[in-house]
Design a protein around this ligand. Structure first.
Ligand SMILES: C[S@@+](CC[C@H](N)C(=O)[O-])C[C@H]1O[C@@H](n2cnc3c(N)ncnc32)[C@H](O)[C@@H]1O
Length: 249
């Protein structure tokens, strides 16, 4: 598509619109990424060029459908199994055992939220590590809620089928115990792990949380990793301010 004539002021307005609606930070030095993403979103929306698409986006209150398409073209989908392993091991080695000790024989429940779960590697890693480390969790009500703004990522997450690249930092046992090879050379997550994770759409910048609809109330642990670095400083403060009170303490 030939780029339409879009003024600097108009790109600034779009960047502010995206910061407000999706929290994503596109300062001047990232405008190339913004322009590339917007050009492909404009094609999907059916607009002739970027200028027409921006006019249309800024003319009326945005819809969730618009934000979902924009998210599909502007978010970064980088994730892999057992990413930042020390953090995950702190969960299974310290935090969860502590919670279990405190709650055993009383309210036997555990609630974890992966709040920007991308294509699912993070919440499935949590489910696998809990399954490995704490067999007694069979008797517990374990909820792993996984949300993201990009519906394409969520679709892939729910399918639970991954290529080699997602296992780039994972030990061989992960694949051997918890995945089945598919005919096209990829790997499908074991159903016993898949059923532990519930995926839902949630925009951290706009949607209401806690909410019963997305099961984001009263959390024991929230993973919100490798996402706030893409947000504006103001949105980072707002999101943290919303997440912190959800931790049941
Ligand atoms: C780089 S991935 C990180 C995935 C995972 N947390 C990890 O550490 O491997 C960033 C994710 O944040 C999501 N994201 C970006 N803006 C968001 C928003 N406003 N609300 C919810 N998710 C968002 C993206 O769609 C993407 O899946």
């Amino acid at each position: 598509m030939k780029p339409g004539p879009v003024s600097v002021a108009r790109w600034s307005q779009l960047s502010e619109f995206i910061a407000e609606k999706m929290a994503l930070h596109f300062p001047r030095e990232r405008w190339e990424d913004l322009q590339r993403g917007l050009a492909s979103a404009a094609q999907e929306f059916g607009h002739a060029d970027a200028a027409e698409c921006i006019d249309w986006l800024l003319a009326a209150p945005s819809t969730q459908a618009q934000l979902q398409v924009l998210a599909s073209h502007l978010t970064i989908g980088e994730s892999y199994f057992l990413r930042d392993r020390p953090t995950l091991e702190a969960l299974t080695g310290h935090i969860v055992p502590e919670l279990i000790r405190a709650r055993r024989g009383r309210e036997q429940r555990l609630r974890i939220w992966s709040a920007a779960c991308c294509t699912g590697e993070e919440p499935y890693s949590l489910a696998i590590l809990l399954h490995e480390a704490l067999p007694e969790l069979h008797d517990w009500q374990v909820t792993i809620t996984a949300t993201d703004i990009n519906p394409r990522f969520l679709h892939k997450a729910a399918a639970g089928i991954y290529g080699e690249w997602s296992f780039r930092d994972a030990p061989p046992w992960l694949k051997q115990r918890y995945f089945t090879p598919t005919a096209d050379g990829r790997y499908a997550i074991a159903p016993r792990i898949k059923k532990l994770v519930n995926f839902a759409y949630l925009n951290l910048a706009q949607d209401v949380y806690p909410s019963l609809a997305t099961d984001t109330n009263a959390m024991d642990v929230i993973f919100c990793r490798n996402v706030l670095m893409y947000f504006t400083p103001a949105q980072i403060r707002t999101v943290i301010g919303h997440l912190h009170p959800l931790l049941s303490g």
